[in-house]
Design a protein around this ligand. Structure first.
Ligand code: AMP
Ligand code: GLY
Length: 441
């Protein structure tokens, strides 16, 4: 049977989901939306070739339900966190429309850092030591209980920007003052102080239908804006998959000590988690610690994960929305995938938009350019966001994918843009040292 699917979101992550869904024989028609149309700009010109844009407010449950009924939508796929946190899945479920994405209560795993830290404590899940504060004075006093550097997090959603690692007490006090002063709006009405963990980061993704789980795969992103992991935190400037640190043994540890106890606890609370759970991990001396949860695919991690997926994506997403009981575990290509984000100058603070972009006429078969912050204006592709393009490639090694991505970037015309030149550096160093070891044998 063929299905109609409606994707909420129009960034690189949704482009990757849309492209994969368009290849499923089970999908008949695809629709997508990221809001009402403005200034004749149609978001994501590359998705326009695969799906029909719908001009509606993606936080308005009634509008979404009306559209789904009108077009006989069989599955709604929630891309970003905001519609999940706004309870769109709850409204769709009440109207008997299948939805890939968590309820508002389950979205707390991302929408409240304090909620997740408390859940970790209740379920004995390894995570950094922490304390939650809801007033300035106690937070400032609480600082003395943490050594430096200290991690300071706004409790609520802040587009990945609400985390500060303070290296001095003065910096920590200023950050706490700023957060309670509204630097992140109501997201900072409550804050979490956290012990700094030093290790290697990785992300791991699992699907859940509330009861059953299907582990997906791992990825590694680069959150800092500039080379050498310098500069402000962003939504992610590049990623690769799989993350070499996520060996089979490490994956097993993550599933047993972090993922399963979380999903069991969510069931016990009467708020089972459905959708994709993204665990942000820090591996410290071979032990995984949970840094944070997201209740959606990562962006740009999704792009590299989808490059490697060889199974039918519709089956997986529909399974998580309904039941995963009879869904087979997905298959992955042996390749590595890597993506480099081309961002607008000024991102993340104040991106310059409105630049015309000219893409190469032909691409290597191993290369895909996902659109993240573009729009179609007449026949031109225009930059309309901070993170604009995700130049993605796969290859037998991270080095091959990396070389192809950067080669493609050199063929793209996009003024007032920047990108990191060192995406994949940790994995490349590992590959280099493996090559040296092989050469020595
Ligand atoms: P989050 O938004 O919670 O993922 O935090 C953003 C980034 O801050 C993470 O990807 C880590 O690089 C860093 N971070 C967060 N919490 C910690 C911690 N407890 N120790 C060290 N680094 C952290
Ligand atoms: N790339 C990080 C995120 O999607 O949260």
């Amino acid at each position: 049977m063929s299905h109609n699917v409606f994707i909420l979101g129009s960034g690189g992550r949704e482009h990757a989901l849309c492209l994969k869904l368009s290849k499923s024989i089970k999908v008949k028609a695809l629709y997508y939306s990221s809001g009402p149309l403005k200034d004749n700009l149609i978001p994501n010109p590359a998705m326009v070739d695969l799906a029909e844009y719908v001009s509606l407010d993606i936080l308005d449950g009634a509008d979404i339900v009306a559209f789904c009924k009108n077009k006989a939508i069989d599955l709604v796929v929630i891309g970003p966190e905001a519609p999940a946190a706004a309870g769109i899945a709850d409204i769709l479920t009440k109207n008997n429309i299948s939805v890939f994405g968590p309820t508002q209560a389950a979205a707390q795993l991302e929408a409240s850092k304090a909620f997740t830290k408390d859940l970790c404590k209740e379920a004995s899940i390894p995570t950094a030591a922490y304390h939650v504060y809801d007033d300035l004075q106690s937070a400032l006093e609480g600082l003395d209980n943490f050594s430096l550097p200290v991690v300071i997090k706004a409790d609520g959603l802040a587009s990945g920007k609400g985390v500060v690692i303070a290296h001095t007490k003065i910096e920590a006090e200023k950050t706490i003052n700023d957060m309670f002063d509204g630097a992140f709006g109501i997201a900072g009405a409550k804050i979490v102080l956290e012990e700094f963990l030093s290790g290697e980061e990785a992300s791991f993704f699992v699907l859940s239908d509330g009861e059953n789980i299907i582990p997906l795969t791992s990825a590694q992103d680069h959150k800092a804006a500039y080379d050498g992991d310098k500069g402000p935190n962003t939504g992610g400037m590049g990623a690769y998959s799989p993350a070499p640190i996520m060996t089979d043994i490490m994956t097993e540890k993550v599933i047993e000590t972090i993922i399963k106890p979380t999903l069991v606890k969510m069931q016990e609370k009467g708020t089972p988690f459905k959708g994709v759970l993204y665990a942000g991990l820090m591996i410290v001396e071979d032990q995984p610690y949970l840094i944070e949860y997201n209740v959606r695919f990562g962006d740009p991690e999704c792009q590299v994960i989808m490059e490697r997926l060889t199974s039918d994506l519709f089956d997986l997403l529909y399974g998580a929305a309904t039941s995963l009981e009879n869904v087979a575990s997905p298959k992955w290509s042996e390749d590595y995938a890597l993506t480099v984000v081309m961002a607008s100058e000024g991102y993340p603070a104040q991106p310059v938009t409105g630049q015309k972009i000219v893409l190469p006429d032909r691409l290597d078969e191993k290369v895909t350019i996902y659109h993240a912050g573009t729009s179609l204006l007449d026949k031109d592709i225009i930059s309309t966001g901070g993170r604009v393009l995700n130049v993605t490639a796969y290859g037998k090694a991270v080095s091959e994918a990396c070389m192809l991505s950067y080669k493609t970037i050199s063929d793209i015309r996009f003024d007032q843009s920047f990108y990191r030149k060192d995406i994949g550096h940790r994995a490349l160093t590992r590959e280099d040292s493996l090559d040296l070891k092989k050469a020595a044998i």
